[in-house]
Design a protein around this ligand. Structure first.
Ligand SMILES: NC(=O)C1=CN([C@@H]2O[C@H](COP(=O)(O)OP(=O)(O)OC[C@H]3O[C@@H](n4cnc5c(N)ncnc54)[C@H](OP(=O)(O)O)[C@@H]3O)[C@@H](O)[C@H]2O)C=CC1
Ligand SMILES: O=C(O)[C@H](O)CS(=O)(=O)O
Length: 490
């Protein structure tokens, strides 16, 4: 267990991965100003990280702008080689990267190591895509005209990422950007900068040229966001986080008509039909609801169960939730770590209190934990209705509200009644029902008989106010490329 006495470095095979400085233009930069990183499982300070000002972040953008010109001249195959080396180093250091992540974010070590592998998979995938940035020729519109279309890197890409996936949300952006020939400036969440900086350590070791990949930790997110949106050397902004902040950034980026990718909030429905395999549905609901302790944008936020199986499903779910072990993510056997901070606990408690005041029943959990750190136990409520807060707001915590429904048309209407449209899930076995429901759900992602949809091979992203663009799959590199049409007179 990591406690006040234990020094995080002492847990690492390679202590050099616990870096606290900024990584700019291939150099490690520290300033007099630092901010603290705490371990949410115990509340102790585990690191003091260089705290860059907006002006210092601008020097990273200058470095990226200068380095990108040469990086774009590398062949796709040459870029692929160093990206592959970066991937290999991430996997070789998976244990240490996982330990650092658990210490700063709280997720159980097994999940943290899983995220490292997930994050690395984007680097592996886009290393290969670097070789396949194809253009096209089009038959000319006149006898003396020839049409060629080529794709070129957009330039300097800047990212702002959240604390819940402190590794994968960066590599899911940096990998296609670098594969495309862009240079990259990453601003990680202030709660979890260590995982991002460790990626910089490995980028340097992999031979990614100075200035191509930069990490700029800062306690001031809004100032850095303004620099990214207002600096003319930045050509692309890629953001993962809440829809509220996404709106702010889109407004700021509009002045430069900057290309933006937005992976924003969600409010995922998880639907159990009466022809579902109930045991499979419970297993899927546990993964979908409690992965990262409910702190993912694709977690089930509303669980709809058809009348005929409602009681059986509720009973099975409560039994399964009761087996989940809450504890320090570095402790063996922990299923659920702490929430990221007290604000996260307050939101879960607000949603439970709101539901209770409107007639819902807590059938399991809702205890705070008598221990250090920001813990809150997994909770199940029945009697959920659409006037309750979690029907329109993302809980982002370990709360499973069970709603009843009568038929397909009713539950499709309920599921779609939200401004969000990121992930959705349902369990059913009738083939025509599966087709009808999958096509009717207004979401970027539909999981059928599964609660886990995350893979680098598929286009991840939302519709409506859950975002713009897609990350992962061969589609994911398009957001870092500009298309050019060359009209040749022969
Ligand atoms: N669609 C997706 O893939 C994902 C969506 N999310 C959504 O994000 C929310 C939870 O994550 P959370 O981190 O709290 O979200 P936030 O949107 O509050 O923060 C996300 C990132 O944006 C930064 N930020 C906050 N305000 C500004 C600003 N004005 N200008 C520039 N940057 C800013 C934060 O910095 P700092 O933390 O340092 O303040 C953080 O790095 C949920 O709604 C969740 O659904 C989260 C992850 C993935
Ligand atoms: O930040 C998130 O919640 C992730 O996008 C979810 S996933 O990619 O790990 O599914």
């Amino acid at each position: 267990m990591l406690d006040h006495a234990t020094n995080l470095k002492s847990l690492l095979k390679d202590p050099a991965l616990l870096e606290t400085r900024a990584y700019i233009d291939g150099a490690w930069v520290e300033t007099a100003k630092t901010f603290e990183v705490t371990n949410p499982a115990r509340g102790d300070v585990i690191a003091k990280v260089t705290d860059l000002s907006r002006e210092e972040v601008a020097t990273a953008i200058d470095a990226a702008h200068a380095a990108q010109k040469d990086w774009a001249q590398w062949t796709g195959k040459e870029r692929a080689a160093v990206l592959r080396r970066w991937f290999d180093l991430m996997m070789e250091n998976q244990d240490d990267l996982g330990t650092i992540m658990t210490a700063e974010q709280g997720k159980p070590l097994a999940e943290a190591k899983g995220e490292v592998a997930y994050g690395a998979s984007f680097v592996e995938f886009f290393a290969e895509e670097a070789k396949r940035i194809y253009g096209e020729t089009i038959p000319g519109h006149a006898r003396d005209k020839r049409i060629t279309v080529i794709k070129q890197p957009i330039g300097v890409a800047a990212s702002i990422t959240p604390w819940n996936f402190p590794n994968a949300m960066i590599t899911r952006k940096a990998a296609p950007a670098l594969a495309a020939g862009c240079a990259f400036v990453a601003r990680p969440a202030a709660e979890t900068p260590l995982s991002a900086i460790a990626l910089g350590v490995l980028a340097e070791r992999a031979g990614i040229p100075a200035g191509v990949f930069n990490v700029v930790p800062s306690s001031s997110s809004s100032e850095v966001g303004k620099e990214f949106c207002e600096n003319p050397k930045v050509r692309k902004l890629t953001f993962t986080g809440s829809t509220e902040v996404g709106r702010i950034l889109l407004r700021q980026a509009a002045d430069q008509v900057m290309k933006c990718s937005m992976e924003l909030g969600g409010n995922a429905p998880f639907i159990v039909f009466d022809d579902a395999d109930l045991d499979a549905a419970v297993e899927g609901a546990i993964v979908c609801k409690f992965r990262n302790n409910g702190q993912t944008c694709v977690c089930a936020n509303r669980i709809y169960v058809q009348d005929g199986v409602y009681d059986a499903f509720a009973e099975k779910l409560v039994a399964a939730v009761g087996k989940l072990k809450v504890g320090d993510g570095l402790e063996e056997g922990t299923d659920l770590g702490p929430l990221i901070n007290q604000k996260a606990i307050d939101k879960v408690q607000e949603h439970i209190a709101d539901a209770g005041s409107k007639g819902a029943t807590v059938v399991y959990g809702s205890e705070t934990q008598d221990r250090d750190g920001t813990f809150f136990g997994p909770t199940v409520v029945t009697g959920a209705t659409k006037d309750m807060a979690f029907s329109t707001e993302e809980t982002f915590g370990p709360l499973a509200p069970l709603f009843r429904f009568r038929d397909e048309d009713e539950v499709i209407a309920l599921a779609n009644d939200t401004i969000f449209g990121l992930a959705s899930y349902f369990y059913a076995r009738d083939l025509s029902r599966v087709y009808k429901v999958a096509e009717a759900l207004e979401y970027g992602i539909v999981g059928v008989n599964t609660g886990l949809i995350s893979t680098e091979l598929a286009p991840f992203g939302g519709v409506k106010q859950s975002g713009l663009g897609r990350e992962g799959s061969h589609h994911g590199i398009e957001d870092y490329l500009e298309m050019k049409y060359i009209c040749m007179t022969v």
